[in-house]
Write a protein that binds this ligand. Structure first.
Ligand code: ZN
Length: 246
């Protein structure tokens, strides 16, 4: 309603299992880690599925990618521990060249049927750019696209990917989907108590952020921007889908 202050959203207590699907080891720490830290503190089980292990993550801090994959996997575990994430699943795709193939959709369907999450969190496959300074990474779009297609219809439909039935993986219906980076968002999570955790978790990705003295300012600015729209100090923004009210 026009003029009415928005309120932050609280995840229903019945939604205890959360699966976050992203392309690169640090994607969640840049975007949704405040919510993740909060949900973990609330006693929910959060699992990260990382489609690549970030082998193309060369930059001013890491100029050569020799031996980078195990480093990035270790950094991912360090960040996950800070946030209270229960488990990490690495799919081992090659960084930088992901496409939303049926094979990726099948692999993500397998992860969903194994984890059986109430909520899946992913990115927005339709966004090509943000503002005038960032062209959205094609891996982000490809993973988000395959993830949404895995949620619906693949994960819940028995006759799709019947080879998964042979692996003992029964269909599973996801109840809610949170899309990070959606334009416009419609749902905000209050991260006032976990912004510091988010900053610490991103700092764990040393090969990517170096000393990371810019991290607190950047993440605080984003959280302030999103918090303003939700009527709280710090927030993360999403578009939320309710697929199953039962
Ligand atoms: Zn990324």
């Amino acid at each position: 309603m026009a003029g009415t202050a928005r309120r932050p959203h609280t995840l229903d207590a019945s939604l205890t299992r959360i699966l976050c699907i992203s392309a690169h080891p640090d994607d969640n720490e840049f975007t949704i880690a405040g919510s993740v830290g909060r949900w973990a503190r609330e006693g929910r089980d959060v699992v990260f599925c990382l489609v690549t292990s970030g082998g193309a993550g060369t930059n001013e801090h890491t100029r050569d990618n020799t031996g980078l994959v195990p480093v990035r996997e270790r950094e991912s575990w360090d960040a996950a521990k800070i946030l209270g994430v229960k488990d990490l699943v690495f799919l081992g795709y090659q960084d930088g060249v992901i496409e939303p193939t049926l094979g990726l959709r099948r692999d993500l369907t397998r992860v969903i049927r194994r984890c059986r999450p109430d909520v899946v969190v992913s990115g927005d496959p339709t966004v090509r750019w943000y503002g005038n300074e960032y062209l959205n990474h094609p891996d982000h779009r490809a993973v988000a696209s395959a993830a949404l297609d895995a949620v619906f219809p693949s994960a819940e439909t028995r006759v799709i990917f019947q080879e998964l039935l042979a692996e003992g993986l029964e269909p599973h219906k996801v109840k809610e989907v949170f899309i990070s980076g959606a334009i416009p968002p419609d749902t905000w999570i209050d991260i006032g108590d976990t912004l510091a955790l988010k900053c610490a978790a991103l700092r764990a990705h040393v090969s990517q952020v170096g000393p990371g003295e810019w991290i607190d300012d950047l993440l605080r600015a984003w959280a302030l921007r999103d918090g303003k729209r939700a009527g709280v100090k710090y927030a993360e923004a999403y578009r939320r889908f309710v697929l199953d009210r039962g």
